[in-house]
Structure formats: C-alpha cells, structure tokens
Design a protein around this ligand. Sequence first.
Ligand code: G4P
Length: 536
Amino acid sequence: MSLKQEIDKRKTFAIISHPDAGKTTLTEKFLLFGGAIQVAGAVKSNKIRKTSTSDFMEIEKQRGISVATSVMAFEYKDKRVNILDTPGHKDFAEDTYRTLTAVDSVILVVDSVKGVEDQTKRLVEVCRMRNTPVIIFINKMDREGKDPFDLIEEIDTTLHIQTRPLTWPINQGSLFKGVYNLYKSSLNLFESNKSQLADEVISIPNLHGPEILNYLSEKDTKKLREDVELIEGVFEPFDVELYRAGLLAPVFFGSAINNFGIQELLETFLEIAPSPRSREASERMVAAEEAKLTGFVFKIHANLDPNHRDRIAFMRICSGKFERNTFYYHTRTGKKLKFANPATFMANEKILTSEAYPGDVIGLYDSGNFKIGDTLTEGENLHFKGIPSFSPEIFKELENRDPMKTKQLEKGISQLSEEGVAQLFVQEPGHRKIIGTVGDLQFEVIQFRLEHEYGAKCAFMPLKFYKAFWITCPDKKILETFMHRKSYAIAKDKEGNPVFLAESEWNVTLSKNDFPEIVFHTISEYAAVANEGAVS
Ligand code: G4P
C-alpha cells in the first residue's frame, strides 16, 4: 500500500466529555463494532473512578492500566481507527489537552440530562484553538433530558460552536422512539437492548408520505415533521468542508449504553472525519505525505515500578513512515536515536510494531531522552507547534525535607515536570521552586514518586497565587522594568520564559493598567515566540 493510501485509511481522534457523560461506554461500543473486543465491560477498567479521588495509588494503578489503553486502534470497513484515550478525571486535564494536539478530530459526548458541563467548555476551547473538527453526540436519550432544541442552543451559545443536527430524536426518556436521519431520510427505531449491535435502519424517502405512520403514532409523526421543518428552516444544509475546517459541528443523538445511534455515528464519522493532514512546525508546514519521517511526543508515561525506571514516550507520526531499528534525529538534543521495541496499541493490547504511518501513535521505551513536545525527524531541524501549557490552578512551594538528597530532588522534579505531571516554575533569588497543577492529586503523585523513584523527601507549602500568566512585550526594557517591580511574583517556566504569578483577578487588572504594553497569556504557546521577536 502506498503512503498516501495508508494516510487516507487512518482516522485518529479522541472522544471527550465531562466525566460520566458516557465516553467510556461509547469507546467500548466503537471497539465492539470494530471487533477489537468481544464483550462489553472490557474497557471499563480504564476509567479513573470518582470514588477514589484521594486514593492516589489506586488512581495510579488505574492509570497504569490506561497505558495499554492510551491508544485503541481497530480496523473497520478498510479504515484504521486510532482512538486516543483521554483521562476523564479533572486533575489530569492537562494530559487531555496535550492528547488533543495529537488527534485529527474529536467526538464530544454531551449528557442529554445535564447538557453542557464545565470540563466540556475547556475541552472545546482547546479544540477551537487548533480548529480541530468536532462531532457532537448527545447521549442518554433514553433518559428524561433537556429539550433537544434547548440543548442545541445551549451548545451553540456556551461552547461558541456552530452546530448542525444530522439526526433528530423522536421524544426522549420512556417515550423515546428513535432518531430520524435528516441526511439519509431514514428512521432508526429505538429498542432498549444492550446486546444488539447494529442499528436497523428504515428508509423513509418522504417524511410527509403515509409510510412513516407504520412505525410512529400520528402524534409523534406530527411532532417530527414540525421539528424537521423547523430545523431545515433554521440551519443551512450541512457543509462538510466547514466541519473539516473546525467551524461547524454536526450533531447526533443516541444512547451509548443501548448501542443506539452508534453505528450511524461511527459510519458518518469515518465518512467525514479528516485523515491526517499537514501540520505546522515552527519552521514550515509539514505535509503528511512527505516521504521522510516526522513526529512529536505528546505524552510520557512513567513506570511506577522502581525496578524499571523506563518510561514510555507516546509519539504521534506526522509524516513519512516510521521503522523499527532505524536511526532518527532528536531535534532538541541533536542525538540520533533508534528504537528496538516500538509498540503500537490494538484495543487493549500493546504489541511490537515494525512500522507506523501518519496518524499512528507509537510507544517508545525511553530512559530519559524525551520531553513532551520533542520532535523526531530524519535529520531536519523541525519543531512541531502547539503543545501548550495552560495556567495551573493550584500553586505550592516545593520544600526539600532531606538536604542530603538535594540532587535527587532536583533531578526528580525536573523529570516529573518534563513528563507533564506538573509545571515547575523557578523564582530567583534562591532558586525557589513553585509547583503548579490543575488538581490536588498531582501533589500526592509528586511526593510519592519523588520518594519512591528518586529517594527524595519533600513537603509543599500552599501559595496564594491563583493563575500564571506568560508575559510578553514588544519592548524588552518595559518587560524588564515590570519583572523588576513585580519580582515577588515573577518566575521562569521550564523553558526559561517569564511568568507572572497573580494573586487575584484584580491584581492582574492593576498590572495591565500600569503596564499596557505587556501582554498576559494564560497559555504558554505564544510566549516564547513573542519574546524572541522583542526589541531591546
Ligand atoms: P464517562 O466515561 O464519560 O465518565 O462515562 P461512562 O461511559 O462511564 O458512563 C457514565 C454512566 O452513564 C455509566 O453508569 C453508564 O452506564 C451510563 N450511561 C452511558 N451511556 C448511557 C445511556 O445511553 N443511557 C443511560 N441511561 N446511561 C448511560 P454508571 O452507573 O456510572 O456506571 P455502570 O455501573 O453502568 O458502569
């Protein structure tokens, strides 16, 4: 098969949702369709359960399991589907954001009862930043949920995303009858049946003809006809190019637990979702079809077993063909690296692979060469864009509790921040280390891992900061003045970019008023570039 054919057959995406909306259930149903698993329940272990929020070891155990399920690949109708798993737990949101840099599209699951929830907003914001195409699946239609028109409006307004229903529900909850496919003019009748897999679809070429009355009551038919008329009147016809440009999200309704609407979703997804496309590196656009290999690391998973210090770096292939035992160029360090045991992931299994193509994710055993965001090429100096750090929400000062182990602590904390467990900010003078995370859990993770993997003991002192802002300014002098004046709140991130740690919203507003030339970014991505271009 040619490289182009390999690329065209690949669909790499993530399923995202607020916890409990049905991501795991939907993933599992997709895998069942793909024949990748045989029984329902096989993916469940992947989920970080809410009951154990403070039980870090339990969560790590579950995360351990999730290494194998970090990518779930399967073949369906000549396509190779790569589902990248994202942790649902809020404290691991950064992991999810990074994973979103490695996908070509996403399916967003929304709970029909709860509507748009907090985490959904952040996730969609990240998708919008990168123009990632989104398909929306409104789940749990078997429950009494919100009115579908209200849901669509809520999605439009709170997620700032233009939508277009492709299917439409006929009632919901106990009266749920199924969905009407607006594009295929077909009816998919709901049966509460967890064992049936494929949808039985009835073609209804004319919604206004008598045929539909064989399946729906007069009342339901009348309502459906009115709804469809309204939809056709309000929405433009679905434009697949707008979807691929990340500007329009098609909407499906169904019930994952009942296998309802899943086949429709999967098949439409395979038809319209983009295959791997060109990606932007700082130096140039890299086309997926280029013969030479390029790829970047978006996730690093450490082995918790202290006897096995190796880590797995997850690399997304962007162009060319990856081959086992071949030397590649690590652009940050200039080293040549080859990999004897690269792994791919099929459903729940990790298997040795000898080749991989754009869109694929491979696991590379690593003894400390990789940082998140690192690029591999065949010699060219490229750096893929867009592995951003978001402002943490909790800040604590790291205290060394065993002066004899200072070196170990330094090494440990620097490696953990490279893995993306937490963000490390260093404040001068005194080399004060400030750890920033999105959840409290990470502090437990850090403390445990520093002790067990590096033999270092630490404690954390809470700090009052509420947000980190990467600061840039076209005029270096102004930036320096600001940093000098606010030195108590200035630190450097791991790349050496200046960061302003704000104690409150008011604090930021004040600083912005005093220094209107300075730009405050809550995402790291733009900081380095802007400061490089600054004049002295
Ligand atoms: P998540 O990964 O997004 O966190 O959600 P998950 O799939 O685990 O689903 C959360 C809960 O919602 C589960 O129930 C699941 O069975 C249920 N669910 C998923 N899809 C549907 C649906 O279409 N209709 C209804 N009514 N429920 C659905 P649970 O009680 O938390 O777990 P379990 O005991 O069923 O495993």
